[in-house]
Design a binder for this molecule. Sequence first.
Ligand SMILES: [Zn+2]
Ligand SMILES: [Zn+2]
Length: 356
Amino acid sequence: MDYRCAHRWAFPRWGAALEPHEDRLEAPAGREVTVRVTHCGICHSDLHIQQGGFDMGGGKLSSLERAGAALPVTMGHEIGGEVVEVGPEVADVKVGDRVVVYPWLGCGTCPTCEAGDDHLCNRGARNLGIQLPGGYADLVRVPHERYLVPIGGLDPARAATFACAGITAYGAISKLPEAGPEDWIAVIGCGGVGMTAVALLSALSKAKVVAVDPDPVKRETAQRYGAALAVDPGAADAARTIVKASGNNVLGAVDFVGAESSSTLATALVRRGGKVVIVGLFGGEFRTPVPMFPLKAMTVQGSYVAGLNELRELVALAQRVTLPEIPLTMRPMSEVNRSLEDLAAGRVVGRVVLQP
Ligand SMILES: [Zn+2]
Ligand SMILES: [Zn+2]
């Protein structure tokens, strides 16, 4: 295989289907690394990236073009693979290492990035799969070796999904208050990320989990991964059912949808002193009566993917304890367009992982 020629699936216009592209790569410089992609998970945010932005409510769209993305865009930010070429200054990884790639890159040099919080960098994003070419390709160039996390004996397909679904779920539940066995946590939206949160909470938290999703298959899957209760948010009495079943003890609600209806449900569910963590980027506006904040002494916090350190923690955790596993569907990378369509239509349970 020629490690200087990347075969990528990229869209040439916002909203267009992905097409095969061929790109020459220079020899890796400094601490750059080339990774041969063996697995790349498909994420729901790819649908937004493909459209060029996120729905900010009131008909407004955030612009990825203003955020530094340039056409053609090669998506794919859940990248697992093997190191095949390293720059002359690379010291900590070597050719042949099996890695998951941290994709949420910032400028790489500011104090925020140096602390491992690249995802919160204010100086300009260089995310793999948005601004820089991502993993819908056979090769990926990573700007610095520190963004590679060795996976040891972990299943590489599963480890790839840690880079977004895994750390997004892990970063969100890490923000929840300490919960006891009498407490409940609501997980709203049980796609790949929400289902991972259900699985992680079942393994790590003492609280009982209520899964909320309109799809009966996803509700049933969530219960197999440890949810004590699963509720259809479309049911007329959904909020009342959950509050009653928990004894009005929902300490935290994580909204993996991020729509007006889901955030309204989340704030309605939590008890006094509770916390809502908003993760999803479906879009819309947050509408909650202002007096609810003081009257419930409620906290609302946003959570956006997570840092490099959290990816390292999650990989270490997965090596130490057996985490319940969300279903993965493997497909050849040539089926990327069909897979994105299936995801848009809600036909995916768990995660689709592509292989070049
Ligand atoms: Zn993602
Ligand atoms: Zn930075």
